[in-house]
Design a protein around this ligand. Structure first.
Ligand code: KET
Length: 453
């Protein structure tokens, strides 16, 4: 046995993962000599009533999902949850798309369907159709069989599987994520063993893109570094590069051999058009280079809790793609073995039927349009109240969220005084608003801006 010495007392999760990996590679089992579990029996027969978990400290709630936890505990009838990015109707209710209901009905009525395990990589139809959706029906990369797609547990799972693969098989372990970004990115990539750095993205002064800062940071990144890009509808800022800026980003990244890892959680939610929202990804695929794409169907098909997503890796050749897929299977099998069948069956039923696909795009556009109309209504309501400040970013920003510019004290004030819930960075989910609740929100923002520094 070769002697790799990794300290058992190292405290960072990455170190612990490395230790576990080393033990695994050395073939030692969990209860081998140097890894005895120093704890009292769990039966309670010793008389000592101290839990073996007594040292466990309470963790804070998740910065985004914890907002819903707090909201659920609030008895006020006026409460409003603008925290998590989840679509609501004008009536404030969660929405199951009609086309999804129809697909589910068809699945239920099909008695030939069984509940066998899916393959490790998931449902074959779903994978093909998902790649087509993001890369385009006429994508040469698909035609040349250079894309491997695996079904994963929604966007988060796709990011994590991609990150685990990169940590094992890619020479550069540094990933650059935008500042700010979706809060979970840091944890997903860090826990997979990558070293997470940031690149400048948002300029609070202009409430727009810090394009020069972004270029400068990517220019000084080490060659080959991984770069996380939001395909569209950047979360939390709602600020996307223009097509021209994307092209400059692409040229710079390719010239430095930086590896693009796209997070596509909002395809169709930015513009209401699936193809337009995939353009950034397609620009990078069109040049023949390699990239990763994590796709989520949570928002655009409203399948949040079904956990449907896909990871696609676009490779140089079909041969490489085949080998990459074989390794993705080794990542997935010990994590969750294989993905669930129901959500992916809904998606593939819709994507493969021309009429249902059409119906989906109409329902998706309606969701995107309702969000855009909420932007206008909130903007008008603040203007109507003469609320101090320039609120034009509310109508300029793209996608599900408005990055209001409210500070954490103002956010706390709005929660305490108005029962309005949002993330502490001042992000509000426009999809959680309705014509009925806009005045309440505008009153709260007005009060926060005028009364809380
Ligand atoms: N990427 C981005 C950019 C993102 O905003 C989310 C979810 C995900 C991935 C993951 O979604 P999934 O459900 O795994 O497909 N964002 C919303 C929900 C959350 O935080 O989990 C949010 O920001 O509110």
């Amino acid at each position: 046995m070769h002697g790799v010495n990794v300290s058992q007392s190292s405290s960072s999760p990455a170190d612990r993962r490395l230790s576990a990996l080393v033990r695994h590679l050395e073939g030692s089992s969990m209860d081998s000599a140097n890894h005895s579990i120093a704890a009292a029996p769990t039966s309670g027969s010793t008389g000592a009533r101290i839990s073996v978990f007594d040292h466990v400290v309470r963790a804070p709630e998740d910065p985004i999902l914890g907002v819903t936890v707090a909201y659920n505990k609030d008895p006020s009838p006026a409460k409003l949850n603008l925290g998590v990015g989840a679509y609501r109707t004008e009536e404030g209710k969660p929405l199951v798309l009609n086309v999804v209901r129809r697909a589910e009905q068809m699945l239920v009525n099909d008695s030939s369907r069984v509940k066998e395990y899916l393959p490790i990589v998931g449902l074959a139809d779903f994978n093909k159709l998902s790649a087509k959706l993001i890369l385009g029906a006429d994508s040469p990369a698909i035609q040349e069989n250079r894309v491997t797609t695996v079904q994963c547990l929604s966007g988060t799972g796709s990011l994590r599987v991609g990150a685990e693969f990169l940590a094992r098989h890619y020479h550069q372990h540094t990933i650059y994520i935008p500042l700010p970004t979706w809060g979970n990115h840091t944890k997903v990539f860090g826990l997979a063993g990558l070293s997470v750095k940031t690149y400048r993205y948002y300029d609070p002064a202009t409430r727009g893109l810090n394009f020069e800062g972004l270029l400068e940071d990517l220019r000084s990144a080490p060659s080959g570094a991984i770069v996380l890009l939001h395909a569209c509808a950047h979360n939390p800022t709602g600020v996307d590069p223009t097509t021209h800026q994307w092209e400059q980003i692409r040229q710079l990244m390719r010239s430095k051999a930086l590896l693009p890892f796209f997070d596509s959680a909002y395809q169709g939610f930015a513009s209401g058009n699936l193809d337009a929202d995939a353009e950034s990804v397609r620009m990078f695929v069109r040049d023949g280079g390699e990239c990763l794409v994590a796709q989520s169907f949570a928002k655009n098909m409203g399948l949040y809790g079904e956990r449907v997503g896909a990871l696609s890796i676009v490779c140089r050749t079909a041969d490489v793609a085949g080998r990459v897929e074989s390794q993705l299977k080794l990542v997935i099998r010990p994590m969750y073995s294989n993905p669930p069948i129901h959500g992916a069956s809904i998606v593939s039923t819709i994507l493969k039927d021309r009429t249902m696909f059409q119906e989906w795009t109409i329902e998706l556009k309606a969701m995107a349009d309702r969000i855009i109309s909420m932007r206008q209504q909130l903007f008008d309501a603040l203007r109507g109240r003469g609320t101090p400040g320039d609120w034009s970013h509310i109508i300029k920003q793209i996608g599900m969220f408005t990055f209001t510019g409210l500070n954490s004290e103002q956010v706390a004030f709005m929660r305490n005084e108005y029962h309005i819930y949002m993330t502490s960075d001042g992000r509000i989910s426009m999809a959680g608003l309705s014509s009925r609740t806009v005045p309440h929100l505008a009153d709260a923002i007005h009060a926060a801006v005028t009364r809380v520094a």
